[in-house]
Write a new protein. Structure first.
Length: 213
C-alpha cells in the first residue's frame, strides 16, 4: 500500500492521558518515512505513519482530560504503512470503522479518510524494555450511537497532513524536537533535504523539474 496522503505540548511537565476508554478525534496524519525497528534481535526498515488524536473525555474522578491551559490532551500511535493480514494498521482501521476491508480497498485505501474522524480509544500504560512507563493506544473503536446522538464536542485542533514528499514546513515547525528528529532519520527526508541543497545552485528552469507532483 502506498502512502497517499499532536500538537505537542510545549511543556516539560507533560501529563499523559489517563488510562481507560476515551472519546477522541484524529486531527493529524504524519508521514515518518522509513524507520529502523528492532524486535527480538531482528532489524527491519519499514515505512511508518503516525496518527495524532485529541481526547474529549473525563478521568476516573470526573475531571475533563485537559492540559494545564485547558486544551484537550493528545496522544499518538505509530503504524507500519501496510494492510497485510496481520498488520496493526489494518486491525485498528477495521475495528475503528466496524467492518473489514473489501478486496478492492485492500488494493489501495486512502488513509486520509480517517482525518477528522471520531473514535473511542482504549488507553493503557505499559512498561518498556528501558524500564520506563509509557501510555499507549491499545485499541481504536467506533463511537457508540448513544454518544453520537447526544452530540459530539466541538473540535479543537485544525486538521493537518504532513508528507515527506510534499512537506508542509509550517506544520513541521510545530512538531516537537523528538518528532522532527524521527522524521530526519528517514532516508526519504535525507534525500529530500539533499535534493534541496543540490538544487540551490541550479537555474530556475532546472528547479522546476524538482517540484513535488
Amino acid at each position: 500500500m502506498s502512502f497517499i496522503v499532536k500538537a505537542e505540548i510545549a511543556n516539560s511537565k507533560y501529563i499523559p492521558a489517563p488510562t481507560g476508554m476515551h472519546l477522541a478525534r484524529c486531527y493529524r496524519i504524519i508521514d515518518l518515512g522509513t524507520q529502523k525497528t528492532e524486535y527480538m534481535g531482528n532489524v527491519k526498515h519499514l515505512p511508518k505513519v503516525m496518527f495524532q488524536f485529541e481526547i474529549h473525555s473525563e478521568d476516573d474522578q470526573g475531571n475533563p482530560t485537559v492540559t494545564s491551559d485547558g486544551k484537550p490532551m493528545n496522544i499518538s500511535k505509530k503504524f507500519t504503512v501496510s494492510l497485510a493480514d496481520k498488520a496493526t494498521l489494518r486491525r485498528d482501521l477495521q475495528t475503528w470503522r466496524g467492518q473489514e476491508f473489501t478486496a478492492e480497498e485492500l488494493n489501495g485505501f486512502d488513509i486520509k479518510k480517517v482525518l477528522g474522524a471520531w473514535c473511542m480509544l482504549s488507553i493503557i500504560r505499559t512498561n518498556g524494555n528501558d524500564g520506563k512507563e509509557y501510555t499507549n493506544i491499545a485499541a481504536i473503536m467506533p463511537v457508540p450511537p448513544a454518544i453520537k446522538k447526544a452530540g459530539l464536542p466541538k473540535e479543537h485542533n485544525p486538521l493537518g497532513i504532513f508528507t515527506i514528499e510534499n512537506p508542509d514546513m509550517a506544520l513541521y515547525e510545530s512538531f516537537s524536537e523528538g518528532l522532527k528528529n524521527t522524521i530526519s532519520l528517514s532516508p526519504e527526508w535525507q534525500a529530500k533535504k539533499g535534493k534541496q541543497s543540490n538544487s540551490a545552485n541550479e537555474s530556475l528552469a532546472d528547479m522546476e523539474d524538482d517540484v513535488p507532483f
